[in-house]
Design a protein. Sequence first.
Length: 651
Amino acid sequence: MVSENETADDPSARRVAPEAVTQPGQIRLRWLVMLLGAIGVVMAVNQQFLLNLFGFQPLGNAYLYYLIGIFLAVAFVTLPISKSTDGRLLWLNLILGAAAIVSAGWLGMHGLEIIQRGWEYDAPLTADIMATILIVLVLEGVRRAGGSVLLFTALLFGTFPLYADHMPGFLWGTQYSPIGTIRAHVLGVESIIGIPMQVVAELVIGFVIFGSVLVITKGSDFFMELASALLGHTRGGPAKVAVMGSGILGSLSGSVISNILTSAPFSIPTMRKVGYPASYAAAIEACASTGATLMPPVMGTVAFVMASFLGVQYSTIVVAAVIPALLFYVALLFQVDMYAARVGLKGLPREDIPPLWPVLKSGWPYLLSLAVLIFVLMGLRMEARSPYYASAVMLIATAFRKDTRLTLARAKQLLLDISTNIASLVAVLAGIGLVVGGLSYTGVAGAFSRELLLYAGGNTALMLIAGAVTSFVLGMGMTVTACYIFLSILLAPALVQAGLNPIASHLFILYWGMLSYITPPVALAAITAANVAGSKPIETGFRAMRLGMPLFVLPFIFVYDPALIMEGSFVNIVERIGLTLVAIWAITAAFESWIYKVGRIGIVSRIAFAAGGILIIFPELMTSLIGAGALVAVIIINLAIGRRRSHDAAA
């Protein structure tokens, strides 16, 4: 098990597993979760495709209240009150679930009145009571799904309107009464039903369904077999299979911890088999799965939130994120290959590798559904509907094989998985809405950005370093989505006002916020992989941090030179990608003490090679030339030393 700071971006890591709900005495509970989940999914499909089922087509705010009520109820049933009460106090969970449905349902039924009569400012007594109940339930939901740190954050900023006029300087803001604060948070459109919940309702639910369908129809097995068929025979092949397989699977699920739990039981033992140490194998899997948050087409919940904050289509974020994500995986492949070359590791025996063509033939349903997803997402620009079409295609295509078709048992498991995944997201993001609302209603968000820009004196490097440290620290105790939303309100506007590219600035925050996955002391991804590998968590965390070092550098590159996020001329983009590839190769070679065609290098050469790689990164011709000269010099000197040693040995 992983620690309390589990992320709602990976809800499977914190919730009670669906199979646990099927234990004796829990059958009725299991059916309740499935029923509520089915109602929520049908409602989402009805809203997305404007089906008007049974004459039901609620307004936007009413639809959000209904979703919150349904999936908060699921969260209370499936998420334990605490570790010590796991599986007990069922009666209390049922009462809380019923209260969520009643309070949110009542507000949904009066959605039109809330808007027309301005209940956000002056509401009847019943509305105030229901709003109070719902805000308490939202706080309990965020505590269960996101942990105590996230609860404290939601409380701190959620109650900020109560004392904003007593705060000094730029923290001063508009004050609200207690009932005014509750009305603003629950009945207004910038808090609980603000952007985070709107993103879940409009975009994320469809991709959660797609990810669950992919797993239940054994799509994860296909992508791991495909990676094995392509790379398993090369030196250190199992590690490359883990990088490629976890990268593809993660790009479709958008979930880091779930990705590890799915692929690590296969990838880590195979890596151990060819000679990788347990901690190294676990670190590779942790880094490869962490890229799930960065790799299109799905990325993670945070990418959809980012598109809403920036006011751009999701496909724009996908295009911007693809090159940095691919560069990260290329860096991982460089490192595992150099490590294998230095240590002398081999690939898998040919008899253990599945033939490529049979694998491709068996996996055509997944490739077809992926093609449909990308075509509808990027070609037709129908981001919200693309996962529904892709899921339908996958379910139909996999029905032709007995081992992948959706049987009754798998359908039940699929519905449980979808329900619990969405419930965890709703529980956390409704709570994060309190943070957004507290900063928005008081007007502090804009003032904070202006003051930060003033204190930095226009020094973008100083602001980026401060932003990186803040993102990293917040990422330790908050979900990646929560960390991003918080800093996108406070920090990102200042970066944009300082002249930096808006998308690059938001991606910068995302990258540094998710680094806590692989960096001690938290390192959730590394700890989870270490549990599978049986290695020491701290040792695995430091190895993962070293393997993931390109993630520390890449954000600074694309912030200063947006060519890496596809901004600029074609020639400029190609040139920057080429230089960055050379720089990443040089830096990873220095880390692994190995240069292709040269062999092992010493400490002085490693330092010079890393310095040359770093100089090449800078978007200036002179520094790039100096860096390239350093690389060439190191290679020539080491080749000369190698020939001299060979000559002396022969003599």
